[in-house]
Write a protein that binds this ligand. Structure first.
Ligand SMILES: CCCCCCc1ccc(S(N)(=O)=O)cc1
Ligand SMILES: [Zn+2]
Length: 268
């Protein structure tokens, strides 16, 4: 299922393996594309990296939306109420949404890997630079526009905080469905330890694939139950009108060349 660039030579094979979208799987001319494999021994400890200081207001949570790639939990980002600072970031970044990537089986599903280790799913918390830009759509085109926190999911005990979200998913089964969703604290999805992370300069992993992202990948994973992840797989890529329903699984991108980038770690 996972096919890195070295293993698969032709674009056809890559696109056949990834029904998610038939677009260019490697952005033309891109030299800071995501996702990547994090080679732990090649990462460089940076003592100047600060602790990450997320400060989220559950009152800014507004809705869940199935956009045909994943489901997004969206936040009101018209003020600086839910923000991320610190870590590798010089500016203030506003939370606009979070979403996940997952597999059809628990054997794969994450976009990033750690020494080639795959996880069944990966959470992305998407923020944009509100010191430099006025709205997300602007920041998405700029090299220091976005900061995305990545958290790996493992199968284990039930995640109590996630259940409220899992219970709302049947209402957004089809592409383009939206449902009101309020008072969800995204901090409950962060691991206990957020001081240990890797960070590197990368891109969005779905179109427009812009090289705008400071990635912050948590070393510590969170646990969710098998049944909770199974509900993610009950979602559909397809809208209610389409005859052939396609289950929303394997919505991860093929890994991209490092192109000489350095992955820094906040821990030794
Ligand atoms: C102007 C519209 C741009 C929408 C781009 C939305 C988007 C956000 C995050 C990610 S991800 N998987 O790199 O976190 C991918 C895509
Ligand atoms: Zn993502």
């Amino acid at each position: 299922r996972r096919c890195n660039l070295t293993a698969c030579s032709s674009k056809y094979v890559l696109s056949a393996l990834h029904p998610m979208w038939q677009g260019p799987l490697v952005a033309p001319g891109g030299n800071r594309q995501s996702p990547i494999d994090i080679r732990v021994r090649k990462s460089v400890f940076d003592p100047h990296l600060k602790p990450l200081t997320p400060d989220y207001d559950p009152g800014t949570c507004s809705q869940i939306w199935n956009n045909g790639y994943s489901f997004l939990v969206e936040y009101d980002d018209t003020t600086d109420k839910s923000i991320l600072k610190g870590g590798p970031l010089e500016d203030n970044f506003r939370l606009c949404q979070f979403h996940f990537h997952w597999g059809e089986s628990n054997a794969w599903g994450s976009e990033h890997t750690v020494d080639r280790r795959l996880f069944p799913a990966e959470l992305h918390m998407v923020h944009w630079n509100s010191n430099k830009y006025r709205r997300f759509e602007e920041a998405v085109m700029e090299e220091n526009g976005l900061a995305v926190i990545g958290v790996f999911l493992k199968i284990g005990k039930r995640h109590e905080g996630l259940q409220k979200l899992v219970d709302a998913l049947p209402a957004v089964r089809h592409k383009d469905s939206v449902v009101e969703f309020t008072r969800f604290d995204p901090a409950c999805l962060l691991p206990a330890n957020i001081d240990d992370y890797w960070t590197y300069a990368g891109s969005l992993t779905t179109p427009p694939l812009t090289e705008a992202v400071t990635w912050i990948i948590m070393k510590q994973h969170i646990e969710v139950s098998h049944d909770q992840l199974a509900v993610f797989r009950s979602l559909l890529f397809t809208s209610a009108e389409e005859e052939v329903q396609k289950s929303m699984v394997n919505n991860f991108r093929v890994q991209q060349p490092l192109r000489g980038r350095t992955v820094r770690s906040s821990f030794t």
